[in-house]
Design a protein around this ligand. Sequence first.
Ligand SMILES: *Cc1c(COP(=O)(O)O)cnc(C)c1O
Length: 340
Amino acid sequence: MIDLRSDTVTNPTKPMLEAMMNAKVGDDVFGEDPTVNELQQFAAEMFGMEAALFCSSGTQTNQIAIKLHTQPGDEVICDKLSHVYLYEGGGIASNSGASVRLIEGNLGRFTASQVIENINDKNNIHFPISKLVCIENTVNKGGGACWDLNELNKIKSVCNENNMGFHLDGARLFNAIIANNENPKTYGNLFDTISICLSKGLGAPIGSLLLGSKNNILKATRIRKVMGGGMRQAGFIAAAGLFALKNNITRLSIDNERAKIIANVLQQKKFVEFVYPVETNIVIFKVKQNQLSIEKLLHELNNNNIKAVSMGNNLIRFVLHLNISDTEFDFIVNKLNDLN
Ligand SMILES: *Cc1c(COP(=O)(O)O)cnc(C)c1O
């Protein structure tokens, strides 16, 4: 089976497993796991930020960040396609008691003026206090769309002027960094907190990192404990994350390129209404309802050993990742070429 449902389906490679088996470990709740400490320090330095915290998932890092930036009743501004709103089980409400203001952006990206329009007057007691702007780069539901750094700079100024935090859900940030030849430190400079996933395109089996100032990471460590996320000899899994950060970033360009090739093939298909612009490793396309049902197409792909997922609204998503060999990739392209 060739699994294109997500870049989370990857299994650790042999050298990654070796790094895990050889990890030096200790009790991380006491701050004594040398591998966790090394991973956190390595990531913080990479982004030019003061500190980092190793967590179990991207949902956990995002939810911790939202909680550390808000008080119950405050409002979080984010796009209506955002993972923090759609796919984290209502965590903004249940973990932080915060309210959400949704912006209708362009494939999950909005402008600084849209942020300004959505900030509540803090002197009017009727309104929740706008406390945090949360963006996602790349945007999962936007087909892996990337943000423009100029717009992010403008939003940062709006946040500063209005005493709001600025959080980045960077589950696939490295796909954007590689696609646009950017420097992680640029992001470290822009955001108060950043979440990055080690278990997506980077290929680690488990784990995400929350990056921020020393003070914010200290608060985050307490929140992680409250959420039951304090881990003990976590160095075994942190070693996989460290291996991923050291070895699997530049190769993301292969996934990004392959996604473009697949998009070009799909664009020629009669049953495809449109393909979202492909910038990174995600391809989302719409199937013409009168030509082919989503179920039938997914079934046909499955019969050809290709797994994909529906995103609702007649949309199908393919995600490229490091567990797809050259042969498997050629196989996918041939199969898609053959479909009609
Ligand atoms: C995958 C993902 C997350 C985190 O998901 P977990 O499964 O909790 O690790 C967060 N944001 C985006 C955009 C994602 O794609």
